[in-house]
Design a protein around this ligand. Structure first.
Ligand SMILES: [Zn+2]
Length: 366
């Protein structure tokens, strides 16, 4: 995972070339390198002269405030998969609180090793799931006996989803897969409730942020430091994944965050940022909605619409995972929204048909 993609003939594509730039300029307080030694090494960095449209970022535990750390996993134009989610470590007197559990055992174990180093050996007593997707919950069991907390929809969806079989994932992600067991949130809250935890002097506020990316999106807000973990409501330089989303309500959720007293935003995917990057997530979603609406009104089928929209991504084309499944999922969700048939669950049948059509259109246009 995360190896630089040297192309067939040793040449770099344009996207690969612009990604080979050190992930600089994200410093807030200090950086603790992490992730080494557990199969989740940071990709090698090469400085290029090309001006990048966006940065690469590292696997690291980054201090944002006293006893408050964001954990990011390396990404950028050179990383082929975007199931590379972020987390957190908020340290109290005796224990720490974590946010999200990552996609596969090696990722979770790398985080736990980094947190162990950061906290001087304290254990995690509480894990928050920002939402149910497997790239945020597969490693839940490795945090036990910590209390796992999430929105009530997140609990239901984790149980329904079962243990991730890591199908389609790289072999390196499957190391330790036999240790996985189902560990859904055991403490839940609903759309209208808020929870406040105290870790040392740090207040940690939990609140419902959706429906947006899912029907169970949780925001974790640290008012003293104006820091927000937005989960997958925020995708920075990674194409938003909308297979469980309501894109119009997602845009509204971003507008609510924009009104919050927030300086630093940790996205579900991508480097640490701010409202500036969140505005770009919004721009991407608005673009998708406008383009899909036009084609829906003209009677264009979803697979063809997705193929046409893919060809018009413009500056978003260079984001991680911009095409194919991401655009098809978004268009299928948007068409259901326009038809008023959208449900929280992914419509697998429609998505498969749209994907087949998308592939046929793309093949014919080559
Ligand atoms: Zn997600």
């Amino acid at each position: 995972m995360g190896k630089p993609q040297i192309s067939r003939a040793g040449l770099l594509s344009r996207r690969e070339a612009i990604g080979r730039v050190a992930g600089a300029g994200l410093g807030i307080v200090s950086v603790l390198r992490a992730g080494e030694g557990a199969g989740v090494a940071s990709p090698a960095r090469q400085t290029r002269t090309t001006n990048p449209p966006y940065p690469s970022w590292n696997t690291e535990m980054r201090q944002l405030a006293p006893n408050v750390y964001a954990y990011t996993q390396a990404g950028g134009p050179h990383v082929p998969s975007s199931a590379i989610s972020n987390g957190a470590c908020i340290v109290g007197a005796d224990h720490y609180l974590a946010i999200d559990a990552f996609a596969a055992p090696p990722h979770t174990k790398a985080f736990l090793a980094a947190a162990n180093k950061t906290t001087g050996g304290k254990s995690c007593d509480r894990l928050i799931n920002t939402h149910h997707h497997a790239d945020h919950t597969t490693g839940n069991c490795f945090f036990l006996p910590a209390e796992i907390v999430g929105h009530e929809y997140c609990r239901q969806a984790v149980i329904k989803g079962g243990i991730s079989d890591l199908r389609g994932r790289p072999e390196s992600w499957k190391v330790g897969a036999q240790e996985l067991k189902l560990a859904p949130p055991v403490t839940t809250f609903d759309d209208n409730s808020k929870i406040t935890y105290h870790y040392g002097n740090t207040e940690v506020h939990l609140m419902f942020g959706g429906p947006a990316h899912t029907w169970g999106d949780t925001l974790i807000y640290l008012p003293q430091y104006k820091i927000l973990w937005a989960g997958d409501i925020a995708f920075f330089y990674v194409a938003p994944a909308a297979q469980s989303g309501h894109i119009s309500k997602w845009i509204e959720a971003i507008d609510r965050i924009t009104k919050m007293d927030v300086d630093v935003i940790v996205p579900g995917h991508g480097p640490i940022g701010s409202k500036k990057e969140l505005a770009e997530t919004r721009e991407y979603l608005v673009f998708l909605k406008q383009e899909a609406r036009r084609r829906y009104d003209a009677g264009v089928s979803p697979g063809r619409a997705a193929a046409e929209i893919d060809a018009r991504l413009g500056k978003f084309e260079s984001w991680t995972d911009p095409a194919a499944i991401r655009t098809v999922n978004s268009v299928v969700r948007l068409y259901a929204e326009f038809k008023d048939t959208l449900t929280p669950e992914t419509d697998g049948e429609t998505t498969r048909a749209a994907t087949a059509e998308y592939n046929a259109v793309k093949t014919r246009s080559r």
